[in-house]
Ligand binder design. Structure first.
Ligand code: PHE
Length: 346
């Protein structure tokens, strides 16, 4: 083949050159441009080309070599850029995007309750979940055989594993135990809020669970009256459920308060007209409350002739149900992220 045709043939090959990695590229370089490469060989043969063709073929040959070099250099730069990128891979990094957690609806509601009461001077007090009988029942005016003791089906803790002996160690069934701890250790005026988890021996269903959460409140000072209680609770209901919310108090019974009441709010779902949620009554119960029984004050070392106080207690799940319309209590403790994600923007 004459040198001219070989140049054209190589030009065609060079135009179609491709390599999928650096090794293949090096093979191409060797094939065409190394000392014994096909293009270099043509340059060697060029010496024998007759003088009248030198100019034309020389230009074609130079163009061919230039094309091959440019193409190989471009591909080399691409491979180098890729491997530099690969070198920068940090395999210890957490994957993008980093998933943010969300706050639990019960935490959101608890924080809102605490926030509302903190604006009228309440501070948070906490206590143990594993408690003794004295703080959960004894100091709260439950007589030793008082039926109210089994009213709140209690989990007792075995003193020795497997051996059931009478025990006074139990899982608290209400956070009133924190109130007795505060009353026995602090002097009035006392204004505390007791949020926390409580346990009751109940079968788990959509409407009941063996643990749930409460926020209880206690205010003790001179001249605290039922009107003060009512005012604080009305303020709370309006802040929590909206300015149009109404409250009503129904007489009730708790061993530790006298008089005692249960508080309803106007149903925030139907606005008080009556719906399936409020069973057509227009009202939903949200908490228990009352004036601290003088027996409780005395048992805790507070002079009931000088001081009086009010207390209230509510279930956080109940408030969360009303706020977010959660139909099944179990959702709060199953940690299903499809449920929890819904509170992302709250
Ligand atoms: N401790 C009561 C309960 O768990 C709630 C309550 C607290 C009622 C304070 C009245 C006063 O049901």
């Amino acid at each position: 083949m004459a040198i001219k045709e070989r140049i054209e043939d190589l030009l065609e090959q060079v135009e179609q050159m491709s390599a999928s990695n650096a090794d293949e590229l090096e093979a191409l370089r060797i094939k065409y441009l190394s000392k014994k490469g096909e293009i270099t060989t043509l340059f060697n043969e060029f010496r024998e080309v007759p003088a009248d063709q030198k100019r034309e073929l020389g230009q074609a040959l130079n163009a061919l070599r230039q094309k091959a070099e440019t193409s190989i250099n471009t591909m080399r730069e691409q491979f180098e850029a890729q491997s530099a990128k690969a070198d920068r891979l940090d395999l210890t990094r957490t994957p993008d995007p980093i998933e943010l957690g969300t706050r639990h609806p019960l935490s959101l509601v608890r924080e809102e309750i605490v926030d509302i009461f903190s604006r009228i001077g309440f501070t948070v007090a906490e206590g143990p979940e594993v408690e003794d009988d004295k703080h959960v029942y004894g100091l709260l005016n439950f007589a030793p055989e008082h039926p109210a003791r089994d009213m709140q089906d209690t989990f007792f803790i075995e003193k020795e594993p497997g051996i059931q002996k009478p025990t006074d160690i139990l899982l608290r069934s209400h956070t009133s135990s924190v109130q007795t701890r505060v009353m026995t250790t602090q002097k009035p005026p006392i204004r505390v809020l007791c949020p926390g988890r409580v346990y009751r021996n109940e079968a788990i269903s959509a409407r009941a669970h063996c643990f749930f959460h409460q926020v209880e409140g206690l205010y003790i000072d001179k001249n605290v009256s039922f009107a003060d209680l009512k005012e604080a609770l009305l303020y709370f209901a309006k802040e929590m459920f909206g300015a149009d919310t109404q409250i009503r108090l129904r007489p009730s019974y708790f061993p530790f308060t006298e008089p005692s009441a249960e508080m309803d709010i106007s149903c925030n779902i139907c606005g008080g007209k009556g719906c399936s949620f409020c069973k057509g009554t227009g009202w939903v119960e949200i908490l228990g409350c009352g004036m601290v029984d003088p027996n409780v004050l005395e048992a805790c070392g507070i002079d009931s002739k000088v001081y009086s106080g009010y207390a209230f207690g509510m279930g956080v799940e109940r408030i969360a149900n009303l706020k977010y319309r959660v139909k099944d209590l179990r959702l709060f403790s199953e940690n299903d992220i499809r449920f929890l994600r819904q509170f992302e923007s709250c």
